[in-house]
Design a protein around this ligand. Structure first.
Ligand SMILES: Cc1cc2nc3c(=O)[nH]c(=O)nc-3n(C[C@H](O)[C@H](O)[C@H](O)COP(=O)(O)O)c2cc1C
Length: 333
């Protein structure tokens, strides 16, 4: 696999990024991906065992994960920062303060406000890649470029967790974004293997951003029940529904199915939505379906094996290289 603009920008060997997934993308997983030549990204509150509403404590938890990641890898890794309009993100302000103090390679910013930390991070030499939420479309990609983001993550409807309200699928979003901006595009949502990587590259993306595939790894701290549900998943095992930040895709667990049914009937209440999105760490770490949602992408049905993070990175790159070589000897003329 040849170096491209994403490899150069992020100083990585392979343009394979492990997407941040809150509690379950900790320093251990991120460092393993970076050691394998991709880019690991630490999620918000990763490494935590409980929710905190304390802003300073949130920053200190992040500091300790950053220090841990640095002890596990000398390669670049990223940290996820949420950046939304409004003043409810004092947690993000604190996390940005910590990453500026600690010094990291990449900020993977997610939200609707790419301008918010752009100057501070640029002045500190931290690379900025941006995934737009609650909408991910051409217009916001142009805004991100204008704001100084160095790569845009085009993430579509197939993805796990919070996804774009426009419901544009990854594979029609990529080429439209590629045609509209000059910064490199990273494809996210629904990609698990070399086939997906080649498809994304064929459409003009220069990197891939994988969440669900990395849950089913040895290093991911998610509970074995969560991982097993991914191995057991079929094409219809995930579903989208309204969330507090737009749309969400998650496993069809009994509470999610119940909520989706009530949404269809027009009887879903905000309290139920809040209950579904409490986002506590324990259910994801302890596998209790009853208390929250378990996000996965529509690609879960393609994952059949728990691998190490380095096996995931290497097998994707190897498969992509083989497919591209075979494509070069095919001729449609
Ligand atoms: C369990 C889970 C938790 C997630 N948490 C976050 C998060 O904390 N921050 C974020 O920016 N994106 C989050 N996402 C979205 C991912 O970063 C990424 O966009 C998505 O997983 C890509 O789709 P895929 O799962 O089909 O690979 C989460 C996704 C999942 C599956």
């Amino acid at each position: 696999m040849k170096n491209n603009r994403i490899c150069e920008l992020l100083s990585i060997k392979y343009p394979v990024l492990q997407a941040p997934m809150s509690w379950i993308t900790d320093a251990g997983l991120a460092a393993s991906v970076s050691n394998a030549g991709g880019l690991g990204i630490i999620g918000p509150n990763s490494g935590a065992q409980s929710v905190t509403t304390d802003v300073t404590e949130t920053g200190e938890r992040l500091r300790s994960e950053i220090k841990k990641a640095k002890s596990l890898t000398d390669k670049p890794f990223g940290v996820n920062i949420l950046s939304y309009e409004g003043d409810r993100f004092q947690f993000s302000d604190q996390c940005v303060k910590v990453i500026l103090e600690e010094g990291i390679a990449v900020a993977a910013i997610c939200g609707d406000y790419p301008e918010k930390y752009a100057k501070q991070l640029k002045d500190a030499g931290i690379k900025q890649i941006f995934r737009a939420l609650p909408s991910n479309n051409v217009e916001v990609a142009k805004r991100a470029e204008q704001a100084g983001m160095e790569a845009f993550i085009a993430a579509g409807l197939e993805g796990g967790g919070h996804i774009g309200l426009d419901r544009i699928t990854t594979f029609v979003l990529i080429p439209q974004v590629v045609d509209a901006i000059r910064i490199p595009v990273i494809a996210g949502g629904g990609i698990v293997d070399g086939r997906g990587m080649v498809a994304a590259i064929a459409l003009g993306a220069e990197g891939i951003y994988l969440g669900t595939r990395f849950i089913a790894t040895k290093e991911c701290p998610a509970h074995s029940t969560y991982k097993q549900a991914i191995l057991d998943a079929i094409d219809t095992s995930s579903v989208t529904f309204t969330s507090m930040v737009g749309l969400c895709r998650a496993l069809k667990t009994p509470p999610v199915e119940h909520f989706v049914q009530m949404e269809l009937n027009g009887t879903a209440t905000e309290e139920e939505m809040v209950m579904l999105h409490r986002h506590e760490t324990r259910p994801w770490l302890e596998g209790d379906w009853s208390t929250t949602v378990f996000p996965v992408g529509a690609c879960a049905g393609m994952i059949k094996e728990i691998k190490s993070a380095s096996e995931v990175v290497n097998s994707i790159v190897k498969e992509a290289d083989e497919i591209m070589k075979n494509m070069c000897i095919q001729d449609f003329g």
